[in-house]
Design a protein around this ligand. Structure first.
Ligand SMILES: [Zn+2]
Ligand SMILES: [Zn+2]
Length: 123
């Protein structure tokens, strides 16, 4: 492979971001890697930051899933409880279906959160 800037010069490295060949003269050597241009260095840092932000969000994901599952369960039970009061129209099919659907959603979210936590255990 040759340097992308100097066609006659052999590349000594590959840019960490864009993968182009770079010669000794063109290489920007950093502790994190070798880059062909300041743009590629910045782009790599931005990508790494985005990955880090994503990783942190993923760690919080099971907790927020648990919270929404708990809320769904509470509202689902409330709906089913309402069907026990005759003055509210008794066992309205809509309330029963809504209540059951919410409880199903809650179970599904609990399972998701537990599975997620198992798969993404911190070392
Ligand atoms: Zn590059
Ligand atoms: Zn070069």
């Amino acid at each position: 492979m040759h340097c992308f800037n100097h066609e006659s010069v052999a590349a000594i490295a590959i840019c960490k971001f864009c993968g182009r060949g770079i010669c000794r003269e063109c290489a920007i050597v950093q502790p994190q890697g070798i880059y062909c241009s300041p743009d590629c260095k910045v782009a790599t840092e931005e990508t790494e930051n985005a990955v880090e932000v994503n990783r942190r969000l993923l760690q919080k994901a099971p907790t927020s899933t648990f919270v929404s599952a708990a809320l769904e369960l509470a509202v689902g039970i409330l709906f089913l409880a309402l069907t026990q009061f005759p003055f509210l129209g008794g066992a309205s099919p809509v309330l029963v279906v809504m209540g059951l659907l919410l409880i199903l959603a809650a179970v599904y979210h609990f399972v998701c959160a537990i599975r997620f936590r198992r798969e993404h255990k911190r070392p």
